[in-house]
Design a protein around this ligand. Structure first.
Ligand code: NAG
Ligand code: NAG
Ligand code: NAG
Length: 396
């Protein structure tokens, strides 16, 4: 996948318009103008490269720029968290509060807007997404979550809506899937009300259907517009299965955290009997990777049987989150993210990976694909060298 030039001018445009009106509007008229027939299909032969919150290792998370970069870098799926504004609009944002990744704290007009709400059994204080209208959310500017990442794009990009996110995926020049999360459904349904008694999950599915996302895993419809729906709340996934066949993934938190809706323990939802039950509704699980292979003193120990158990129930496993930086890499990997990918793909045999650095995972997969094509050594070497040269020229 060599670098195509369209991303650069778009990013530039976004930077230029960061104080103007245009940034709040969708980037493209929907539905996509591109002819789906001409698009390179989704790769189905190796684990999925899931761009966690876009290429947020490089650009502020869940912004248009982060998603466009991820597509440019070879993502199979772009991943996002869906929350709702006070006026019921669905937006892409990870935290229930705006404090850590926007400039809300510096904005005089929002003084006094902080609240304390109970979120998953804990009192949380901050500026809650559910207390801001879409117009107010759009006036905020997003920033990097981590101090050790590139800060130069702070303040340049706005929060995007679920529809804008979909537009970015549909307008990619190849088939790129979406991987939206039904985020904190309990909290959202407590604070946001829609007409006709509709709830958050209904609006979520309505949006997907509106833009043509439908069909079971690997069906013709799905391959045209691939999507996985993810949630930590099994009740929401079971509920929406009455309204959409799209493949669903049950996210699994740390072993100490019960499910937010059904208050079930980690051990309960990873048991054989629970996997046998939930597989009627989901195609896979998305566990935190440290629960799959528990670390001790920052070194990985023996893998648990979770992947084997899930595979025995014909469930995929998409662990989260892979990050390049030293502070996130366990010591087994010599501070080398490629070593980590090699371990999880070839030893643990996962089916998809949520990564903050889509470009790294993509390059790893391209390099190892060149090595394992099964041709003779010299041809492999030439392939590898030509790939190195072309990616160097691409300058990504
Ligand atoms: C949250 O705060 C309220 C009001 O102070 C209190 O009644 C409630 O018990 C607190 N909840 C938790 C989980 O601490
Ligand atoms: C799905 O629809 C059926 C038939 O209307 C209903 O009986 C069932 O309760 C629904 N399931 C959920 C989880 O809402
Ligand atoms: C959740 O389950 C735990 C353990 O069974 C229990 O102690 C706790 O009270 C439950 N919490 C709620 C909100 O039901």
């Amino acid at each position: 996948m060599t670098a195509t030039p369209w991303f650069v001018p778009l990013l530039f445009l976004l930077v230029l318009s960061s104080t103007g009106e245009t940034i709040g509007r969708p980037f493209y008229p929907l539905p996509s103008k591109l002819d789906l027939k001409d698009k390179q299909p989704l790769q189905m032969s190796r684990p999925f490269n899931i761009a966690h919150r876009g290429s947020n290792g490089e650009l502020p998370e869940e912004t248009a720029a982060a998603y466009m970069r991820a597509i440019e870098e070879g993502a199979d799926f772009i991943e996002t968290d869906i929350l709702a504004s006070k006026d019921g609009k669905l937006v892409c944002f990870h935290d229930v509060t705006l404090d850590d990744t926007t400039d809300v704290g510096e904005r005089k007009e929002f003084e006094g807007r902080e609240r304390t709400y109970e979120v998953q059994g804990e009192n949380v204080t901050g500026f809650f997404v559910v207390d801001f209208t879409l117009a107010e959310l759009k006036s905020l500017r997003v920033k990097q979550r981590y101090k050790f990442r590139d800060q130069q794009y702070n303040g340049k990009f706005s929060i995007i809506t679920f529809e804008e996110f979909i537009a970015i995926a549909l307008d990619a020049d190849r088939v790129v899937g979406i991987y939206p999360e039904i985020k904190n459904p309990i909290l959202i349904n407590q604070h946001v009300k829609w007409e006709n008694g509709k709830k958050f999950e209904d609006k979520f599915v309505e949006t997907l259907l509106k833009y043509g996302y439908k069909g079971a895993y690997k069906s013709k419809d799905w391959l045209k517009q691939p999507a996985f729906v993810q949630s930590f709340a099994p009740t929401s996934l079971i509920y929406i299965s009455n309204f959409t066949d799209l493949p669903k993934v049950l996210l699994i938190d740390d072993i100490t955290i019960p499910t937010q809706d059904t208050n079930q323990s980690y051990w309960e939802i990873t048991s054989d009997s629970y996997l046998a039950f939930i597989k009627d509704y989901v195609v896979g699980i998305g566990p935190w990777k440290d629960t799959v292979v528990p670390p001790e003193n920052n070194c990985l120990t023996t893998p648990s049987d979770l992947v084997a158990k899930a595979h025995a129930h014909d469930l995929q496993v998409h662990p989260y989150t892979y990050r390049n930086e030293n502070q996130f890499l366990h010591l087994n990997f010599y501070q080398d993210p490629y070593e980590e990918y090699d371990y999880w793909i070839n030893k643990v045999e996962v089916d998809g990976l949520f990564t903050d650095f889509t470009g790294s995972l993509h390059k790893y997969q391209e390099w190892t694909a060149a090595v394992s094509k099964g041709e003779n050594g010299a041809s492999n070497l030439l392939h590898k060298i030509s790939f190195m040269i072309s990616s160097f020229k691409g300058g990504v």
